[in-house]
Ligand binder design. Structure first.
Ligand code: COI
Length: 355
């Protein structure tokens, strides 16, 4: 792919203290941009200085939310290599999201090439501190100036980069999660499996209520029977019950997480029995009462592996594994971050180095 490159005349100061990056606050010097116009396809690929963009107030993405996005990270190893974790999976999922949102598909190889080129230029922004990485946000949105409802004819694809630390302020300490009984996130046939802004907008009311009650996140139940566990929104969810690792199956209303898929493969490679199936909140509560709920944890690119120490369902409070990280969560955290930061051998072939 032909990529025009316009470098910034002045570079920003990088955050001085990488241990205080937080998540998603800082952005690098450059971004990737490409346009789509019906009849012409995707064109005008360019890397330009990071800057505000100009949109018509009638731009369709602002009114009807025709938008998709992805999230992945670039990691710096102790030897100074920069590496990505399964990036081709993200661009594959971006196209699955595009299909559902009637956005024109992109060439996955071109996307990866664009990302590699952008990272080559922005290499110095990849944090040097343990636990911090360069969060990568590819996204596509409709730009036609039109307030009627129809698929757009014009889109922008962008990649921006944000040096970031842990997504949850608690880091690897267990998070407190609240089972949402009132609102729902997704239904089958809807957009639950898609990375689109609407899924996150819809989660805010539940999250707001959770925060008021001093909980970090919401655990969503299925939208029909309100009993099957789906996901947390910022991460997929796993339960270890009597030694068996169980995660909700992908029914169409759950995001097919790349960390989820990798965690399943890692657990199986270590000899754990892993089952993807429907699981009710009642079953989890019963396992807790029977002393068989060994661990609960979430998986996500931003969240990595996040142990859940406290789960609230109505009036019932479940304190899991004495609010400490469990054996499976710790093993997964060590293995996944070990591979990502190049501390252990990548026996799965998941790493792609940025040259
Ligand atoms: C990610 O994990 O990359 C996501 O997109 C989740 C978002 C809540 C940060």
């Amino acid at each position: 792919m032909d990529i025009r490159i316009e470098l910034a005349e002045t570079l920003k100061d990088k955050p001085a203290d990488e241990s205080k990056l937080g998540f998603g606050h800082y952005f690098t010097d450059h971004m990737f941009v490409m346009n789509y116009d019906t009849g012409e396809g995707w064109h005008d690929a360019r890397i330009v200085p990071y800057q505000n963009i100009s949109l018509s107030p009638a731009a369709m993405c602002l009114h009807y939310g025709q938008e998709v996005f992805e999230g992945l990270k670039a990691y710096r190893t102790a030897e100074g290599k920069i590496q990505l974790f399964r990036p081709e999976e993200n661009f594959k999922r971006l196209n699955q999201s595009n299909k559902r949102m009637i956005i024109p598909e992109i060439n996955e190889d071109d996307c990866l090439e664009a990302l590699m080129k952008l990272l080559e230029i922005e290499k110095d922004w990849v944090p040097h501190t343990d636990g911090a990485a360069l969060y990568i946000r590819p996204f596509i949105f409709a730009t036609d100036p039109y307030v009627g409802v129809r698929p757009a004819d014009h889109y922008m694809f962008m990649i921006i980069l944000s040096p970031s630390g842990a997504y949850y302020s608690t880091g690897l300490n267990p998070v407190k999660i609240y089972v949402e009984n009132n609102y729902v996130r997704a239904v089958r046939g809807g957009t639950g499996f898609v990375k689109t802004a609407a899924n996150y907008a819809i989660s805010l009311a539940g999250q707001d209520e959770a925060h008021k009650q001093n909980y970090e996140q919401v655990l969503w139940l299925d939208g029909v029977e309100r009993k099957y566990i789906e996901e947390v929104g910022s991460m997929n969810i796993f339960f270890v019950i009597d030694g068996e690792v169980i995660t909700p199956e992908l029914t169409g209303s759950v995001l097919p997480g790349i960390t989820r898929k990798s965690a399943i493969e890692v657990c199986r490679s270590k000899g754990y029995k892993v089952t993807e199936r429907r699981i009710t909140i009642q079953e989890v509560a019963q396992a807790y009462d029977d002393g068989k709920l060994n661990e609960v944890f979430g998986t996500g690119t931003a969240a990595v592996i996040s142990p859940v120490g406290h789960l609230k369902w109505g009036e019932k409070i479940m304190e899991i594994n004495d609010n400490k990280i469990g054996t499976v969560s710790q093993m997964l955290y060590d293995t996944m971050t070990g591979i990502q930061w190049g501390k252990i051998e990548d026996e799965f072939g998941w790493i792609k180095e940025v040259k």
